[in-house]
Design a protein around this ligand. Structure first.
Ligand SMILES: NC(=O)C1=CN([C@@H]2O[C@H](COP(=O)(O)OP(=O)(O)OC[C@H]3O[C@@H](n4cnc5c(N)ncnc54)[C@H](O)[C@@H]3O)[C@@H](O)[C@H]2O)[C@@H](O)CC1
Ligand SMILES: [K+]
Length: 478
């Protein structure tokens, strides 16, 4: 599991550790890791031109000490001091001893243009809001140069705890972060500014529960349902799909396609698109009765392509098994009915649907995904999976750790892709996974399947469904 912790927790852990270590030892660990990552990135250090963008805090100190290490290995190092009177004194002295020089921000354009490597030490976890004007100018110069840009701890200007970017920020090729990932490094839009991320262990002792976690192959393998010798199709779970309409039969077909790949022993379809479903997937159990009379299931998926069929949504919500609500179902679901459920509920909106439920703009949801997913999970008392550039999953109530999906691909932003995900996650619910596990494992497999199906080209949702089995095998093989 990859984990991320918010700034307050990082600061507390740093305080504890610093109290046990000689002064400055922690910063030296950070700087050593940073210099090593820079050396790996540029290949050969000797003769390289390195520019350090140095703010007024310890983030600038890290950059200066790392710069000193690179200078000792033969790099030409220039530090741009954003706040000359408040630059980290020890770091500055170390750089000067190693032969580095300093310039004022107004003289930085030339050195940045000629640089091979720019280290962004403007602000780290002490940053508030987007970059101030002088820092923003340097960030733009770095962006326009041919230099590789390495962010120290975080790209300056992004919000460490939320992943929000509310103003100008540095765009990095690599971020070298210390002690732990910060939530912003895993969540868009900030994640995009970070480039690839390298974690340097500085020995922090962090609490058991992180603020964010991202599944990895081994975690997914542990969670995937595996049929035992005594399993029959009913013990493996039956997932009910209440989806599609005369107008949108395709949504039903795609949700069933996802459900067939999710580990449930059987898929029961309820709704007006039975012919279309059977034509494509003859193994489906089809019923034209409502959900209440369709026979026993271990989980329901309701909503994809449902149009205005509020009655079906209400019937499903009244059941005593786990329910996944998607698409039209989200709009039709009564908040009180969802809150009153005793079995788990998982809602799977995209940003536009979440915005409509929260009464805010889509842009606001996209800018602040973590806040939005927690808010929605709190309002509905349900687990919520918010789809998008970074898919995030919050547990019922919205408190506690949020899961973030690391496997997504932009090619998944295609019609019907969400229907496949709801079938897949619903199937995992029926197979016995918790709402958060079903959502996050479903998103993981779906993202991987999207990558496998797309391999750099546009892809249709049915191809994503077909690629799920390959993704499952890839995960299990490790
Ligand atoms: N505390 C520790 O033990 C360690 C800290 N380390 C480094 O120290 C950093 C934190 O240092 P600090 O607490 O000094 O804080 P930072 O260096 O992150 O930033 C604080 C300074 O930046 C200025 N600032 C804030 N927002 C700004 C903005 N939007 N635009 C321009 N300037 C802005 C503030 O005026 C303040 O002087 C970490 O990110 C990490 O890089 C590492 O050396 C590891 C050990
Ligand atoms: K930084």
């Amino acid at each position: 599991m990859r984990t991320a912790y918010c700034v307050d927790t990082v600061r507390a852990a740093e305080r504890d550790l610093m109290a046990r270590l000689p002064e400055g030892a922690l910063m030296q660990r950070a700087a050593a890791g940073l210099a090593a990552a820079c050396a790996d990135l540029v290949g050969r250090v000797y003769g390289r031109r390195v520019v350090l963008l140095v703010g007024s805090g310890d983030n600038g100190g890290d950059a200066l000490y790392a710069g000193a290490r690179l200078a000792r290995r033969g790099a030409g190092v220039t530090a741009v001091q954003l706040a000359p009177g408040r630059t980290h004194a020890g770091g500055l002295a170390a750089l000067r001893r190693a032969g580095g020089r300093t310039v004022a921000p107004e003289d930085a354009a030339g050195p940045i243009r000629r640089a091979d490597l720019v280290l962004d030490g403007i602000v780290g976890i002490g940053g508030r809001g987007g970059l101030r004007e002088d820092a923003a100018r340097l960030a733009a110069l770095a962006d326009g140069s041919r230099a590789a840009v390495v962010a120290v701890d975080l790209p300056s200007g992004v919000e460490a705890d939320t992943g929000e970017v509310r103003g100008a920020a540095v765009r990095a090729d690599l971020t070298v972060t210390f002690g732990t990932h910060k939530p912003g490094l895993l969540v868009d839009p900030a994640r995009e500014y970070a480039g690839s991320v390298r974690l340097v262990d500085i020995g922090l002792d962090l609490p058991g529960e992180p603020d964010l976690e991202a599944l990895q192959h081994a975690d997914v393998t542990r969670l995937l349902p595996v049929p035992g010798a005594e399993s029959d199709k009913y013990r493996r779970g039956v997932v009910g799909i209440a989806a599609g309409s005369a107008r949108y039969p395709g949504a039903a077909v795609l949700a069933v396609a996802g459900a067939l790949r999710g580990g449930a022993g059987a898929v029961r379809y309820v709704g007006p698109a039975g012919h279309a479903v059977l034509a494509r997937y003859p193994e489906t159990l089809v019923s034209d009765q409502g959900p209440e009379r369709a026979g026993r299931v271990q989980a329901w998926v309701v909503g994809p392509g449902a149009g205005d069929d509020a009655g079906t949504v209400a019937q499903v919500l009244a059941s005593d098994v786990p329910v996944l609500i998607d698409a039209d179902g989200l709009r039709l679901a009564d908040v009180g009915a969802v809150r009153g459920r005793t079995a788990p509920t998982l809602m799977t909106p995209h940003a536009g649907e979440a915005a409509a439920l929260l009464g805010v703009s889509r842009e606001e949801v996209e800018a602040g995904r973590l806040a939005a997913v927690r808010e929605l999970a709190g309002r509905y008392g349900a687990a919520v999976l918010l789809k998008g550039a970074t898919t995030v999953v919050a547990g019922a109530g919205g408190g506690g750790v949020v899961r973030v999906n690391p496997t997504g691909t932009a090619w998944l932003a295609t019609a019907g892709s969400g229907d496949v995900l709801s079938g897949l996650s619903g199937s995992l619910l029926a197979a016995g996974l918790s709402a958060v596990d079903a959502g996050s494992v479903g998103a993981y497999l779906h993202g991987l399947a999207g990558r496998f199906a797309a391999v750099g080209a546009p892809v249709g949702a049915h191809e994503v469904a077909e690629a799920v089995a390959g993704a499952w095998r890839d995960v299990v093989r490790g």
